[in-house]
Design a binder for this molecule. Structure first.
Ligand SMILES: CC(C)(COP(=O)(O)OP(=O)(O)OC[C@H]1O[C@@H](n2cnc3c(N)ncnc32)[C@H](O)[C@@H]1OP(=O)(O)O)[C@@H](O)C(=O)NCCC(=O)NCCS
Length: 183
């Protein structure tokens, strides 16, 4: 997995040294309000992180730990993952509460969309958000994903599914390259 970065955030591939910090993040009820079945026990988090670590070793993508580019303090995590061998790659992200509201998730989502299509040459991406999770939906829209409507989500509920195909991303890029410079 590549190390990535945005203006404000470093994306470092997950290591076992990150587990302790992530156990605390995954146990925060506010952060986990719209994710899966809510806060996770340490055992549940470890199982999930072990799976993601293995995913990163098998493919060239998986889970990145997000750090403040200026201080290197951990901010959260983001993922490109294939839940099942035949399912499209899924984008996801979560930030610790103190990092919310600064545009950081949008930066990270845009960086992972570019990485997925420009570097990894994936044909498409998808993402799921619980219907009430307006902030997550806003981030996905700003990263160029399209609302594909409601459908059964990965945890058994009805979620909003977002998607973006590589060809449409290339079109978005060529269109934005042609926009006059607003400055
Ligand atoms: C979702 C999350 C990653 C957003 O992170 P963030 O860095 O605060 O997001 P950004 O600042 O890049 O953008 C958030 C956008 O959502 C909007 N937003 C935030 N809260 C909102 C709300 N309650 N209702 C509507 N829009 C909201 C913001 O206005 C912003 O849009 P704008 O730039 O057009 O104004 C963060 O809140 C989080 O980690 N939540 C918990 C984990 C989670 O739910 N992850 C997603 C799982 S699918």
């Amino acid at each position: 997995m590549d190390r990535l970065r945005t203006d404000s955030v470093l994306l470092d591939p997950l290591t076992r040294e990150d587990y302790g910090w992530l156990f605390v993040l995954y146990a925060d009820p506010e952060v986990m309000r719209y994710i899966g079945h809510g806060p996770r026990t340490e055992e549940e988090s470890r199982k999930n992180l072990d799976w993601l670590l293995d995913h990163g070793e098998r493919f060239s993508f998986g889970y990145w730990v997000l750090r403040d580019a200026a201080t290197r303090r951990r901010l959260g995590g983001a993922v490109l993952m294939r839940r099942k061998p035949d399912s499209p790659v899924e984008l996801g992200f979560m930030l610790a509460r103190e990092a919310w509201g600064r545009g950081l998730a949008t930066q990270v989502a845009q960086a992972l969309v570019s990485h997925a299509f420009a570097d990894l040459q994936l044909p498409e991406l998808q993402a799921f958000t619980q219907v009430e999770n307006a902030a997550s939906a806003a981030v996905l829209r700003k990263a160029g994903l399209r609302d594909a409507g409601l459908c059964p989500g990965p945890y058994g509920g009805i979620d909003r599914r977002f998607e973006l195909k590589r060809d449409d991303w290339l079109l978005q890029r060529s269109f934005s390259d042609k926009l006059p410079d607003a400055r």
